[in-house]
Design a protein around this ligand. Structure first.
Ligand SMILES: NC(=O)C1=CN([C@@H]2O[C@H](COP(=O)(O)OP(=O)(O)OC[C@H]3O[C@@H](n4cnc5c(N)ncnc54)[C@H](O)[C@@H]3O)[C@@H](O)[C@H]2O)C=CC1
Ligand SMILES: CC(C)CC(=O)C(=O)O
Ligand SMILES: [Mg+2]
Length: 361
């Protein structure tokens, strides 16, 4: 039966990279490898401009009805003067929360062809295959109280609150442990339990939950050390599990080990099989409209969508093989360019992946 994909391209480079991902979907559809119907909706700045709301009710309703959502990125300087409640990013957070997508999987895998593009020495990063499991619907991004208030003195005070319940921590730890069971059975829980009570509890719950997974080796690390260890010796990690803000920051950091933030896909999952799939990067206003953005993170997000939400693991593997093939051909967008390679733009990279798909059977 045909599956419904809601496409929300967003802002900045969002529409450019999503267009290339759609080409890949269309190519698989044309040869009968998948059976999907694409629908489109607005989110972020584009939705604000049209409806005065970064997450119109119609978009959330369409997202809830879809089997999967493919998202580009949201935000940009145009909307920065707006209060946070109306900003494009609020639309994205609303979509994640509205769909109850609490588990954000961010694999940081180094394609061997990109060893030169990594910020680390080849011997430190060769074979890197790390899974960051980031909690996505809690933490300081959602916690109350929040806001900016004026004190009696006239001085303003800004407030955000880190909040987790035990059940929120337990369910994300379970996701991490289940993933680790299919990998090397090592989970590092990242927190700041030396100074933040919220994460002191996180650590306690992680330990308690791990008792259900006797084969898992659970370790703990403070987030500042984790950031340092990621760029010192990233292969010590198999699965990292952490809260929303730490995972946001650590995954941007990890992306550079693979050559570029333009290489990292993500899957956001909830209790149902439905998911949202997006590159980990933002709308890259500095390069938007120039045709140079790397579409591979978005194309690899389609592979995650086929694997996790659409029950098409063979087609997913073909996309990953096709991406590897274009890298073998020496094609590079500007962000992953290195000596001796051929620089291509967004569209040429997408076309090359589509061409390589035919061979990747
Ligand atoms: N998931 C989302 O929709 C996200 C949205 N944002 C929003 O995006 C806007 C820009 O945020 P920034 O902090 O600049 O982060 P960003 O991730 O958009 O860009 C950071 C740097 O990485 C580069 N970059 C990002 N994606 C790339 C790609 N596919 N190919 C080549 N280079 C790429 C950009 O050119 C820029 O130099 C802001 O409005 C921010 O709130 C930021 C992160 C995630
Ligand atoms: C709106 C932001 C929290 C998006 C972001 O930076 C991310 O999810 O990585
Ligand atoms: Mg981020």
């Amino acid at each position: 039966m045909s599956k419904n994909i809601l496409v929300v391209a967003g802002d900045g480079i969002g529409p450019e990279i999503v267009a290339e991902a759609i080409k890949v979907i269309d190519a698989l559809q044309a040869e009968g490898a998948i059976d999907v119907q694409l629908h489109h909706a607005l989110v972020g700045g584009a939705a604000y401009d049209e409806f005065g709301d970064p997450l119109p009710e119609s978009t959330l309703t369409a997202a809830k009805a879809a089997d999967a959502v493919l998202l580009g990125a949201v935000g940009g300087p145009k909307w920065e003067p707006l209060p946070i409640a109306k900003r494009p990013e609020k639309g994205l957070l609303g979509l994640r929360a509205g769909l109850e997508l609490f588990a954000n999987l961010r694999p940081a895998i180094l394609y061997p062809q990109l060893a030169d593009a990594s910020t680390l020495k080849p011997e430190i990063v060769a074979g890197l295959d790390l899974m960051i499991v980031r909690e996505l619907t809690g933490d300081i991004y959602f916690g109350q109280p929040r806001g900016i208030e004026t004190l009696p003195s006239g001085e303003r005070r800004g407030i955000n609150t880190m909040v987790y319940t035990e059940s929120e921590v337990e369910r994300i730890c379970r996701v991490a442990f289940e993933i680790a069971m299919k990998r090397n059975k090592q989970v590092c829980s990242v927190d700041k339990a030396n100074v933040l009570e919220c994460t002191e509890m996180w650590r306690e719950v992680a330990i308690k939950t791990a008792a259900n997974y006797p084969e898992i080796t659970l370790t703990h690390m403070y987030v500042d050390n984790a950031a340092m260890q990621l760029v010192r010796a990233p292969k010590q990690f198999d699965v990292m599990v952490t809260g929303n803000i730490f995972g946001d920051i650590l995954s941007d950091c990890a992306s550079m080990l693979t050559g570029s933030i333009g290489m990292l896909p993500s899957a956001s999952l909830g209790a149902s099989g439905q998911g949202m799939y997006e590159p980990i990067h933002g709308s890259a206003p500095d390069i938007a409209g120039r045709g140079i953005a790397n579409p591979l993170a978005t194309i690899l997000s389609v592979a995650m969508m086929l694997r996790y939400s659409l029950g098409a693991p063979d087609a997913a593997a073909r996309i990953e093989t096709a991406v590897s093939a274009v890298l073998d051909q020496g094609l590079r967008t500007a962000d992953i360019m290195s000596a001796g390679m051929r620089q291509v733009g967004t569209v040429e990279m997408g076309d090359a992946v589509v061409a390589a798909l035919a061979e990747a059977r």
